[in-house]
Design a protein around this ligand. Structure first.
Ligand code: ATP
Length: 237
């Protein structure tokens, strides 16, 4: 069996007295698209923030066999994790092209960066058209595209996506999800957090269901999509 790229045991995240993540175990294998679904407030975003070292946490996190917990966020990024946060975190006063340049700041392989920039514009033609536009003037969907493209410019080994469908019109959500499927199809390993379980279960290989800071179910996404409990609680049936 291949060893997992990301292996998490007993992860806890607390904000003062609020226990957002209560000791969870999960893993992501190279090349997989894994999703973490659950209601608002279940602890999904806190899990991603814990992985990136953005919030105090405990438990063990191994990435490619090495412990990463308690490392500084920049060191975690250098190991190959990239987070596209909820709210996207783009630089509104910089242009699209400047945002994409920022995404490659940890790299110095100029030909590789140039090739990846061309690929980003190919994946997102809308960004190519708007490359000189200030990012803050883009629509919500375009900003989400830019946030994903910028993360990809760092050539992450594991891409963490936090609620990419949040606040977007259905057509744009479909476009974003088509792109996520394309990126995953190219072999990029992805951990996706979504409240929209329907979408997430369609695009992913495996899924974990999170409730009140704990993982309550897990399995192949197709199997969970047919689970009566999941259908009743998350698929609106
Ligand atoms: P959402 O979809 O709303 O982001 P989520 O499943 O990602 O939900 P989290 O954002 O991880 O959930 O929140 C889990 C719990 O931790 C919630 O009760 C939330 O109110 C609380 N929480 C999150 N961030 C903070 C913070 N900075 N300070 C205090 N409590 C927080």
């Amino acid at each position: 069996m291949t060893s997992p790229l990301l292996s998490v045991h007993g992860l806890k995240v607390a904000y003062g007295g609020i226990h957002a993540v209560r000791g969870i175990d999960f893993e992501v294998t190279k090349g997989e698209l894994v999703c973490l679904i659950g209601a608002n407030g279940a602890g999904k975003s806190s899990t991603l923030k814990g992985l990136m070292g953005l919030v105090p946490h405990s438990g063990s996190i191994h990435f490619d066999g090495e412990r990463v917990q308690h490392a500084a966020t920049h060191a975690i990024v250098a190991r190959g994790l990239a987070l596209v946060p909820e709210g996207r975190g783009i630089f509104g006063r910089l242009t699209v092209a400047e945002n994409l340049d920022m995404g490659a700041y940890i790299r110095n392989d100029k030909p590789g960066i140039k090739a990846d920039l061309a690929r980003a514009y190919e994946l997102f033609p809308r960004l190519a058209e708007r490359r000189a536009q200030l990012a803050g003037t883009l629509s919500g969907g375009e900003q989400q595209m830019l946030a994903i493209a910028r993360a990809m410019m760092g050539r992450p080994r594991l891409l963490l996506l936090d609620e990419p469908s949040m606040g977007l019109a259905p057509l744009m959500v479909r476009k974003i999800y088509e792109t996520i499927a394309t990126i995953a199809g190219e072999g990029v390993t992805i951990l996706l957090v979504e409240q929209n379980a329907n979408l997430a279960l369609k695009v992913s290989h495996r899924a974990y269901v999170m409730e009140s800071g704990a993982i309550t179910l897990s399995g192949p996404s197709a199997q969970l999509a047919n689970d009566p409990q999941v259908r009743a609680a998350y698929l609106g049936e």
